[in-house]
Design a protein around this ligand. Structure first.
Ligand SMILES: *Cc1c(COP(=O)(O)O)cnc(C)c1O
Length: 248
């Protein structure tokens, strides 16, 4: 049942005082922006205006959700001062997005999440972090991949992330963070049309309560075991007349 899935999520992420589940991460972001920013500005770095698969363009989603974009910095460099200059009476929230589908390398700069969180706390504007991948805790095999617990610990007020991807659950969007903000998000009128269905919630609960997931098993598979599997596959291909060998 729905409360059970939310209880499982709260137990899985003790750093989040409030939790909510919607249909997918894009829905979670749209709902968060509608509820916390309304028609005010969403402050975001020009280096984080991402497009992901299927033509999903984050800036277009923010505008469709009713907010106004306040872009700061440049493609490769955004400083804490850029954010500070942009935050004002018209700021609805500051958004930090994990750019999972590309990397900007070379002459780059962006403030740490904790510095950005401290700045937002000073200005009393919410910091929302789209962490994307569905990792709830640090994953040793993916050191560079952000996780919800770390972002919350660094002071992000609301983290949005996927229930699928690296979490390995059903397609859904997880909202984690400050209880008062999650409450405002849950009570927004758009919450109803974006909510997750019962089957999704049941699958999410099962994923969260299970000690392991296929994704985690795959990430932690031992090299010897992968080699044996690859040898088997190569053998099948060779028997079918296709040249194949397993390599590291
Ligand atoms: C995958 C992803 C999304 C979209 O999530 P869906 O659950 O597919 O809607 C949004 N932001 C980031 C950073 C992502 O990685």
């Amino acid at each position: 049942s729905p409360p059970a899935a939310l209880a499982a999520l709260a137990a899985a992420v003790p750093a989040a005082a409030g939790v909510h589940v919607v249909n997918n991460n894009a829905a979670g972001l749209a709902l968060t922006v509608a509820a916390l920013a309304g028609r005010r500005e969403v402050v975001i770095s020009r280096g984080e205006l991402v497009e992901t698969t299927d033509g999903f363009r984050l800036p277009e989603l923010l505008v469709a959700a009713g907010a106004r974009m306040r872009e700061v910095g440049t493609t490769n460099r955004t400083t804490l001062g850029d954010y500070a200059d942009a935050i004002g009476p018209d700021t609805g929230l500051v958004l930090r997005v994990h750019t999972a589908s590309y990397q900007v390398i070379g002459f780059t700069d962006s403030p740490t999440i904790s510095d950005l969180a401290a700045l937002c706390a000073d200005f009393e504007v919410p910091l929302v972090g789209d962490c994307g991948s569905g990792l709830l805790h640090p994953e040793p095999t993916l050191a560079a991949e952000p996780d919800a617990t770390s972002w919350l610990g660094w002071g992000v007020d609301v983290v949005t992330t996927s229930g699928d991807k690296l979490l390995g659950g059903p397609q859904c969007g997880l909202l984690l963070g400050r209880a008062d903000l999650i409450d405002r998000i849950r009570r927004h009128p758009m919450s109803r049309p974006l909510r997750a269905g019962k089957l999704t919630l049941a699958a999410l609960e099962a994923t969260l309560r299970h000690p392991d997931s296929p994704v985690r098993q795959a990430l932690r598979a031992r090299p010897e075991r992968l080699a044996a599997r690859a040898e088997t596959l190569a053998g099948w291909l060779r028997r079918a007349g296709i040249a194949a060998s397993a390599v590291a």
